[in-house]
Each structure stands twice: as C-alpha cells, then as structure tokens.
Design a protein around this ligand. Structure first.
Ligand SMILES: Cc1cc2nc3c(=O)[nH]c(=O)nc-3n(C[C@H](O)[C@H](O)[C@H](O)COP(=O)(O)O)c2cc1C
Length: 417
C-alpha cells in the first residue's frame, strides 16, 4: 500500500478505503467483501487489465471546463458512475444501504439496491429518490412478482437482472471462515471472537444496526441473519433452469428498463439486444463467480462492437478510480458500476466514506479528461487511449477492422495473454 510510508492520516483513494475496511470489519465480513471465487485469478485480472490500458496524454488544449454529466438509461447523471448492487451492505455499516443511497443521491448518481440487502426497498425509498433495483430470478415466481411490484411502487426506473448466478461459484475465503457451514463449538467461538475483537463494528452494526435480516425477503426468510443462512437460501432459491425465454415473463411484469448484468460474451449480448432488453452490464460479478473467465474490461470491446449501437453497454469489475472510468468509457462503456469501491468506503466510514470516494473519483475523472483533452463525456473515445497491452480482447482478434481501430487508438498493442 502506498501509505506504508506515510502518516496515513486520511484516505486518499478507494484503495485506502479498502485498508480502513480491513481494519474495521470482522474478518469474515471483510473476506466476504474483498474475496473472489476459487483462485481469484479473474478478480485480479479485472484490476490488472485495467492497469494495462494506457491513457493518451494530450497537452495545450483548452480544458478549463470539464463536464462529467451524462445520460444513462434515460436518467441524467452527474458522472458516468453507478453504485452497483452489493448484497448485505447493511452488515458493513449501520443501515448501510440507506447510507449508500443517500450518498449516491448527494453525488447525483443512481444507487442500485440488491435483492439481498439488509434494508428493504421501502426503507431505502423513505430517504432517497427512486433508485435502481437488482433482481435474481428465483424459483418462487410469485415472490419475484411481489418484489417487482414493490420496486415499481418505489418508482425504480431500472431493473438489473443478474444473469450470472445460475449456480454459485465457491469462494474459498468464505469456506475457510466457516461461512458456508459451521457447526463445531470451536468454530462458533472463533467467529464470536472475530466479532468481539472489532468493537466499533460491533457497536455500530451488530448492536446499533438492527434488525439485521434480509429486508426484501422477510416473508420468505424471516429469521435469517447470517452469511451461512444467506448461502443456503441462495443455493435453494436460485433457478438454474432459467433461460432467455423466461424474460418474456419479466417484460410482462416490469414496465421500466431491463438490463442484463453479468454478460461477458458478444453472442449473449446480441441475444439480449434481440429480445428487446435496454442494456447489458459487462461483468464477471467482480470475479466472484467463474474464475478463469476474461476480465470485464477485456470483454467490453467485443460487446460494444456487437450491440453498442442498439442498447446501452455498462461495465463493472475492478473499477477503483476515475482513471479506470475514463478507460472504460474510451473502450465504449456508457457508464461504470462500482462494487467493492463503494462498499469498502461504506464499511470504513459509512455514508460519509461513500460520498468521499465518489468525490475522489469525480476529481480523478476531471484530471484524466483534462490531460487526455476530453472536455466532456462524449469526447472520450478510443482516441483517449495510448495503448492496451497484456490482454487481447475478442474485439482485436482479426476481424478486418482491427487495423482501422489500431489507427484510431494511436497504437493498440494487443499481446496474447
Ligand atoms: C460483497 C459483494 C456483494 C455483491 N452482491 C451482489 C448482489 O447482490 N447482486 C449482484 O448482482 N451483484 C453483486 N455483487 C457484484 C457487484 O454488483 C459487481 O458486479 C462487482 O462487485 C464489480 O466488481 P468490483 O467489486 O471489483 O468493482 C456483489 C459484489 C460484492 C463485492
């Protein structure tokens, strides 16, 4: 960490908030937040591949006015950033989803409420303007319909349908922490000690943040409040038989925009566009599902190429700075979702932390846009990049237009990974 040699009196980046979250959260919650699936190679690739995208510095242009405003899925945003769905955020800080939604509103961007949130749709709506809602397609369609009605009644304009959770990838950290199943007395004591040795979290969340239940699932999961119960419910409820054909049912039950979250393949993106969805989020669930799939940023160009002129393409995975956002926009994304970046900040400092990290990202974007001579979001194109190296996207794999794009980009040094 860069602050190893500093006084570290205040956080300067999303990465600093990760360190603060590590100190504040019980180990089992930090690992749930920080970890990925299996060997975590895809999770690491999300960030590593973003680092290997280089911005093209341009100088001596008039960059006295930088405008980050943009329109995403029919909404005006202060910057092309969305707080993506993070389940159990209310375990990171007292009534965490409420705090995060208020921070998002203050920053002029959407908050997306996860189905598996601690605070219910109605609790969040009581303090916030309409937000986005994230849904899993569950076996109990009657309950899904009820959730959709509640989200619609709260005025949610956008539904993110998470499509990459037909089955659940193993997260070794959760297994090691006994989150998936813990029965022994020794295990229970170890977890109790984990809570007891984090007194500020204990006071803020475990005691002050009650009720710690799944606010949207109270009727079906009235007593569940631990990661273990959450996992067993997921295993039982998520429906691996769902196909694109089921989306007709969803369309009939949701009047707003529908966006498929968890697309990595251009062919899947084409199907999403063909059946009339409004957008896709290029995502590997932050490396928390299938390890060994491409990083989100490397999958992005092919999806943009396939459907970018028909539907909106958003991306998430490894976004930790405004520079990352500018890189994703240059590769064709309409906006970026944040996952861990906002959740670390929430865990460290509640809503104030989320507001701060959004402010940091805003300022980082301004600098990146000024020094790539992109005064507004629409001017961020491939021309803002100097090179992309270390991974080869499907987009750059010899479809005839490659050389043309190479020229546009300056030099895209796509090396085989
Ligand atoms: C702790 C945690 C919980 C998450 N819960 C959900 C969820 O409930 N629904 C969902 O669609 N995605 C969920 N995600 C995935 C995020 O929406 C997002 O795709 C991912 O975090 C992006 O990667 P990043 O964290 O590297 O930015 C979760 C991610 C994390 C880290």
């Amino acid at each position: 960490m860069p602050h190893d040699q500093s006084l570290f009196l205040q956080p300067a980046s999303a990465g600093d908030y990760r360190e603060l979250a590590r100190r504040r959260l019980p180990r089992q919650f930090f690992d749930y937040l920080d970890g990925g699936a299996y060997g975590e190679a895809t999770m690491r690739a999300n960030s590593d591949n973003l680092r290997s995208v280089l911005l093209r510095q341009r100088v001596m242009r008039d960059v006295s006015r930088i405008d980050l405003r943009t329109e995403v899925l029919g909404q005006q945003l202060a910057m092309p950033v969305v707080l993506g769905p993070v389940g159990l955020a209310g375990m990171f800080a007292r009534r965490g989803e409420v705090q995060a939604a208020s921070a998002a509103q203050g920053a002029g961007i959407p908050f997306c409420e996860s189905t598996v949130s601690i605070c219910s749709i109605e609790e969040v709506r009581a303090v916030s303007a309409p937000f986005w809602y994230q849904l899993y397609v569950m076996r109990d369609r009657g309950y899904v319909r009820e959730l959709l009605q509640r989200a619609h009644a709260a005025g949610c304009p956008v539904l993110l349908l998470t499509v990459d959770l037909a089955v659940v990838g193993a997260r070794y950290r959760d297994v090691r922490n006994g989150v998936t199943a813990i029965k022994s007395i020794k295990g229970r004591l170890a977890r109790a000690w984990d809570f007891a040795s984090h007194p500020s979290w204990l006071a803020d969340v475990a005691l002050g943040g009650k009720p710690l239940v799944f606010g949207n699932l109270r009727e079906v999961l009235p007593h569940a409040q631990s990661l273990t119960e959450f996992r067993s419910w997921i295993d039982a409820q998520f429906d691996p038989s769902v196909t694109w054909d089921d989306l007709g049912w969803l369309r009939d039950n949701w009047p707003g925009k529908i966006v498929a979250k968890g697309i990595l393949d251009a062919d899947d993106a084409r199907i999403a566009a063909d059946i009339g969805l409004d957008g896709v989020v290029v995502s590997n669930h932050g490396g928390r599902q299938l390890d060994g799939v491409p990083s989100a940023i490397s999958a992005l160009p092919a999806v943009v190429e396939a459907v970018g002129d028909r539907i909106e393409v958003l991306v998430d995975g490894g976004i930790r700075s405004g520079l990352d956002v500018v890189k994703a926009l240059a590769l064709g994304a309409r906006a970026c979702l944040l996952g861990r970046a906002w959740a670390y900040a929430l865990a460290a400092r509640g809503g104030a932390g989320v507001s701060h990290v959004l402010d940091i990202l805003h300022k980082e974007m301004e600098v990146a846009m000024a020094l790539t001579a992109c005064p507004d979001v629409h001017s961020i194109t491939r021309g803002a990049l100097a090179s992309v190296s270390g991974w080869r996207s499907q987009h750059d794999s010899g479809d005839g237009k490659h050389e043309e794009r190479r020229a546009q980009c300056g030099s895209i040094k796509a090396m085989s990974s």
